[in-house]
Ligand binder design. Sequence first.
Ligand code: C5P
Length: 228
Amino acid sequence: RRVVALVPAAGRGVRLGEATPKAFVPVGGSPMLVRAIDGLIASGVVDRIVIMAPIELLDDARKLLAARAHAASSIPVDVVPGGAERTDSVRAGLAAASDATHILVHDAARALTPPALIARVVAELAAGHRAVVPGLPVADTIKSVSADGAVTGTPERAALRAIQTPQGFDAELLRTAYAAELSATDDAGLVEACGATVRVIAGDALAFKITGPLDLRLAEALLSGADH
Ligand code: C5P
């Protein structure tokens, strides 16, 4: 088994309201990207990492990684240019991961993801599941809404999950899903569109995506605690 983690880090982070692309914004003194990478390495289940960064920040990304403590002794980390949409970035990462038997896709923005969650996803892949995603029950009631603001449906909340990353896949399955040239906000969505079964395991609240200013403050508060 060879597990390659693809880390989409090429988003602009418009919702965060910072001048820097999101993955390069520091949280608790380290860029989100560096925290995400360190979590993947600490999981002990990843053989190689490919980061998809904004094209103008490729050198910055490489410098950040080289400057990390233990950089020399850890697993190989490559940086490639991302694309306009997240799907384009993951596609670029897939092209650079031809050696993978299994692929994790893990957002740089989920900077506080516990290594144990990453290990659980890979354990499910090792057990033979071809697509595995972490998910949490949702606190809010979710409604679908039409463009003019009318509610079109209210799915039963107990059956809903908010899906996180890392999402784990058999490499061949994910490549097939991407070959269909569709678009989706997560990778499992493309795999579902191919008719494959996606398994959901328990996520972790700490794997939340740092999206808006409130998320950034939450991350800072969590990292200012004595245990980080
Ligand atoms: O925009 P969103 O919050 O869904 O982004 C999730 C992750 O995908 C982030 O880590 C972001 O950097 C990455 N991304 C990317 N390329 C894009 C857009 C988003 O790598 N074009």
